[in-house]
Design a protein around this ligand. Structure first.
Ligand code: ARG
Length: 457
C-alpha cells in the first residue's frame, strides 16, 4: 500500500480481494472526460491564483491531452494501483509530464470533490440527451394523435368497457403524463448542474481558489454553497433515480395498455416486427417483448432508486466510501431510462392501428350514459335518468337484443318520456363529440390538447 496515492502512512500491502473490492475504475472510467476537464479547470484556477506557473499549467494541459487521446483510442493502460478514475489519470499524468509538476495538480483538492464533480457533469449531459428523447416521444404521440384522430375505441375503467373515446385521446392521456415527467426532468437538471469543485475533502479550499471561474469553465449553473454538503450529497443521483422511477412507472402503464390492445382478443393494434419477437417453439407467436421489457425494467429502476436511498440513509456526514455505491446504479439507471424512452418512441411510431377492431369492440351498453343524459335534457333529474337507463340495459340483457335495437315502443314501456329522437343518441360518434368541454374526447377537445403539449416542447 505504500505505493498507493495515499500510501505514506502505510507499511503493509492490501489483501488482493480488498484491492478488487475497493476499486471503482472498471465502471468510473466512463467519467474520464469529465475528470480531465475538471482537472484542467482546477489547474487553471490554481495558475490564476499563483500556485502554478504558466509553464507548469501548459505541461499539465499537454499531459491531459495525451491521456484523453489514450482513453479515446482505448490505449489507456490501467495499473494495479489505479483505484479509480482520479488516481488513474493522476498517475498517468505523472508518467507523462514527470512527478515534479504532476505532483502539484492535486494541491488543495480531494477526490471527494472530484467524484461529485465528475458524476454531476456526466449526469447533466446524459439528462440533456434524455430530455431530447423524451421530447421526441411526446412529439411522436402528438403526430399519431393528430393523424389517427378519426378512430374510436372503447374507453375502460376497471378494464371494463366504459364509454367510447378517441384512440387519440388514449394516446394523449399518456403523452400528458410524459409531459409532467418532462417538466420534472428539467427541474432535476437544474439541481444536478451545480458545482462542488473547490470544496476540498470536506472543509473547503485553503488556497482561495476561484470556484465561480471553474464552474463557468465546466458549464455548471451555480455552485454548491456548503463544502460539507457538496461532498456528502448524492441528491443528484437520488433525485435522478426518483425521477427515472416515476417515468418508468408511466411508461410501464403505457406498455401494459398496449400489451392488452395488441393481444388477439383485443387486436386494436399490431406491433411492428422491429419491436416484437417470436417463440422458439410455437411458430404462430408474435410477442410484444419490447413492451414487456418496458414494464419489466420499471422494476429494476425502482430497485436502483430504493437501493441508493438505503445506502445513504444512515451515513454520518460527510464523505463515506459507501457513496461509491451510488455510481453503478446511476449508470445503469440512466441507460435503462434512455433506452426505454427510445424503444417506446419506436414502438409508437411504427405501430399499426386496426380501427375496425376498435369499432367492433364498442358495445351498445357503452351508450347507457347517453340515455341518462338524453333524459336529463328532457328535464328528468340525472339520478332518475340513471335508474331508467339501467332498466333499459336490463331489458336489453333479458330479451337478449342489443340495446341500440330496442324499439321505441319497448323504450316507452320503460319510461313514457322517451321520444323518437332517442334513437339518435345511440351513436358512438355523437357520444364522443358531445364530450366537448376542455379535456374531453371530442375532436376539438383532443386537438386542443395537442396544442397545449406542443407549447411545452
Ligand atoms: N472512487 C471514490 C468514489 O467513487 C472517489 C472518492 C474517494 N475518496 C476517498 N476519500 N476515498 O466515491
Amino acid at each position: 500500500a505504500e505505493n498507493m496515492l495515499w500510501g505514506g502512512r502505510f507499511t503493509q500491502g492490501l489483501d488482493p480481494l480488498m484491492v478488487q473490492y475497493n476499486t471503482s475504475l472498471p465502471y468510473d472510467r466512463v467519467f474520464w472526460k469529465q475528470d480531465i476537464a475538471g482537472s484542467i479547470a482546477f489547474a487553471r484556477a490554481n495558475t490564476n491564483s499563483g500556485l502554478l506557473t504558466k509553464q507548469e499549467f501548459a505541461e499539465i494541459e499537454r499531459g491531459f491531452k495525451q491521456i484523453a487521446q489514450e482513453w479515446e483510442t482505448n490505449t489507456f493502460v490501467a495499473k494495479e494501483n489505479d483505484e479509480d478514475i482520479h488516481t488513474a489519470n493522476e498517475r498517468r499524468l505523472g508518467e507523462i509530464i514527470g512527478k515534479e509538476i504532476g505532483g502539484k495538480l492535486h494541491t488543495g483538492r480531494s477526490r471527494n470533490e472530484q467524484i461529485a464533480t465528475d458524476m454531476r457533469l456526466w449526469l447533466r449531459d446524459e439528462l440533456r440527451l434524455i430530455e431530447n428523447h423524451l421530447t421526441d416521444l411526446i412529439k411522436v404521440s402528438i403526430a399519431r394523435a393528430e393523424n389517427d384522430i378519426a378512430y374510436l375505441m372503447p374507453g375502460y375503467t376497471h378494464l371494463q368497457k366504459a364509454q367510447p373515446v378517441r384512440w387519440s385521446h388514449w394516446i394523449l392521456s399518456h403523452a400528458t403524463a410524459f409531459a409532467s415527467e418532462l417538466e420534472r426532468l428539467r427541474e432535476v437538471i437544474r439541481r444536478v448542474n451545480k458545482s462542488p469543485l473547490g470544496t476540498g475533502a470536506l472543509a473547503g479550499n485553503c488556497f482561495n481558489i476561484d470556484r465561480e471561474a471553474m464552474a463557468k469553465e465546466l458549464g455548471f449553473e451555480g455552485l454548491l454553497y456548503n463544502s460539507m454538503n457538496a461532498v456528502a450529497d448524492r441528491d443528484f443521483a437520488m433525485e435522478t433515480m426518483q425521477w427515472g422511477s416515476s417515468f418508468m412507472l408511466k411508461i410501464s402503464r403505457w406498455a401494459e395498455d398496449l400489451i392488452i390492445y395488441s393481444s388477439l382478443e383485443f387486436g386494436f393494434v399490431r406491433l411492428s416486427d422491429a419491436y416484437s419477437t417470436g417463440s422458439s417453439l410455437m411458430p404462430q407467436k408474435k410477442n410484444a417483448d419490447s413492451l414487456e421489457l418496458l414494464r419489466g425494467k420499471a422494476g429494476r429502476a425502482f430497485g436502483q432508486m430504493a437501493g441508493l436511498m438505503c445506502t445513504i440513509k444512515g451515513l454520518p456526514t460527510t464523505y463515506n466510501k459507501d457513496l461509491q455505491e451510488s455510481v453503478e446504479p446511476m449508470l445503469d439507471h440512466i441507460k435503462t431510462v434512455s433506452d426505454s424512452i427510445q424503444i417506446a418512441t419506436g414502438v409508437l411510431s411504427t405501430l399499426t392501428v386496426i380501427p375496425e377492431k376498435m369499432i367492433a369492440a364498442l358495445a351498445p351498453e357503452m351508450l347507457a350514459t347517453e340515455i341518462a343524459d338524453y333524459l336529463v335534457r328532457k328535464g328528468v333529474p340525472f339520478r332518475e335518468g340513471h335508474h331508467i337507463s339501467g332498466r333499459v340495459v336490463a331489458l336489453a340483457e333479458n330479451t337478449n337484443v342489443p340495446m341500440d335495437t330496442l324499439s321505441l315502443q319497448q323504450l316507452q314501456e320503460v319510461d313514457s318520456r322517451f321520444d323518437a329522437d332517442v334513437q339518435a343518441c345511440l351513436d358512438y360518434e355523437r357520444a364522443v363529440e358531445l364530450k366537448d368541454a376542455i379535456g374531453g374526447t371530442s375532436k376539438r377537445a383532443v386537438l386542443e390538447q395537442t396544442g397545449v403539449l406542443k407549447k411545452l416542447l
